[in-house]
Write a protein that binds this ligand. Structure first.
Ligand SMILES: [Zn+2]
Length: 325
């Protein structure tokens, strides 16, 4: 009797675990990463991406986007890293206003800021960007990156995801009005990218700095012109602002203090790698002997620092060659 009960119990347990295993995929489906529009100034909001690498789990929500609500329409800055995220950003905007999204200003054409563009384009928004981005859009790098993302970020990036051109390519400082609100758009590249734009809204005293400014985490340097980037940060600081919205990390009401991390890090990269290049020290040795302690506990250090240092080393080698060394 006892054996029979035990067998029955074991059989039931097995049946239950099989049933759970069969239903597991729907239970295990990842919840969408939270997205909350935070108010920055009376008519300006932003959503803050996660301090992570892009993944299917986070839908590539690793960068910020902002928006300004004017009396006649909404102007969005950056489109986030997948069409699904852009759709969710639209939903967040709809919680605040029924007004149409008239423009999306693209601070630069890095994947995590632009893969959502097609959503806004399909809604009728005008896309605004700097003309220097065309070289990237037409490059094999952009095609290969998108191709890789279709695998790495599936299902959020798929065969329908496309890189969207701007409707309005700007060449230099430009300002326009929506609902009487002035948007001043300025080209500050080549810094983080050749096409970097910053967007200033005087009536809100708010500045969108794009990826010139990473707040509270290490920046991705990539193929950036870091000396120009350091100079451009001074231009960011020259604006009269109540708030500066970075490309990554939390909004800042104390930009002079918060931008210090990006600036000091870039300076440290340049000075240490310049010394190595000057002394013909191979990169591996230079990297191993550099003191990184001031930045080692900063979020994203482990993901980004080595690549940042390597790219900076290559850049400084080129700069040295350019000086005729
Ligand atoms: Zn970027």
């Amino acid at each position: 009797m006892r054996h029979a009960t035990l067998r029955t119990f074991k059989a039931l347990s097995l049946a239950l675990s099989l049933a759970l295993a069969c239903t597991a995929p729907s239970h295990a489906a990842d919840p969408e990463p939270p997205m909350q529009a935070a108010r920055v100034t009376p008519n300006t909001y932003y959503v803050q991406g996660l301090s992570q690498l892009g993944s299917p789990k986070n839908q590539n929500f690793i960068s910020n986007a902002g928006f300004v609500v004017t009396p006649t329409g909404v102007v969005v800055v950056d489109a986030l890293g997948s069409p699904r995220l852009a759709e969710r950003l639209s939903g967040a905007i709809r919680q605040i206003t029924p007004l149409p999204i008239t423009h999306v200003i693209v601070t630069h054409y890095h994947a995590d800021h632009i893969y959502g563009l097609q959503h806004f384009k399909d809604q009728g928004a005008q896309i605004v960007a700097h003309r220097s981005a065309l070289a990237y859009i037409q490059s094999d790098t952009a095609k290969l990156r998108l191709e890789a993302s279709r695998t790495d970020l599936a299902p959020w990036i798929d065969d329908k995801t496309r890189i969207v051109d701007a409707d309005l390519w700007i060449d230099g400082p430009t300002s326009f009005k929506v609902g009487g609100v002035v948007f001043e758009v300025d080209h500050v590249g080549p810094s983080h990218t050749p096409e970097d734009l910053i967007v200033y809204v005087p009536s809100e005293r708010v500045l969108f700095a794009g990826d010139l400014f990473f707040n509270g985490r290490l920046p991705f340097v990539g193929m950036a012109d870091s000396s120009q980037w350091i100079r451009s940060l001074e231009r960011v600081l020259a604006f009269d602002t109540a708030a500066v919205v970075p490309g990554h990390g939390a909004v800042s009401s104390e930009p002079r203090k918060d931008i210090g991390l990006t600036r000091d890090y870039l300076k440290h990269l340049r000075s240490t790698m310049a010394r190595a290049v000057e002394d013909f020290v191979p990169f591996e040795e230079a990297y191993a002997t550099t003191d990184w302690s001031a930045f080692a506990s900063t979020p994203m250090f482990n993901f980004a620092n080595r690549m940042n240092a390597y790219n900076t080393y290559l850049l400084l080698e080129q700069e040295a060659l350019g000086k005729g060394r």
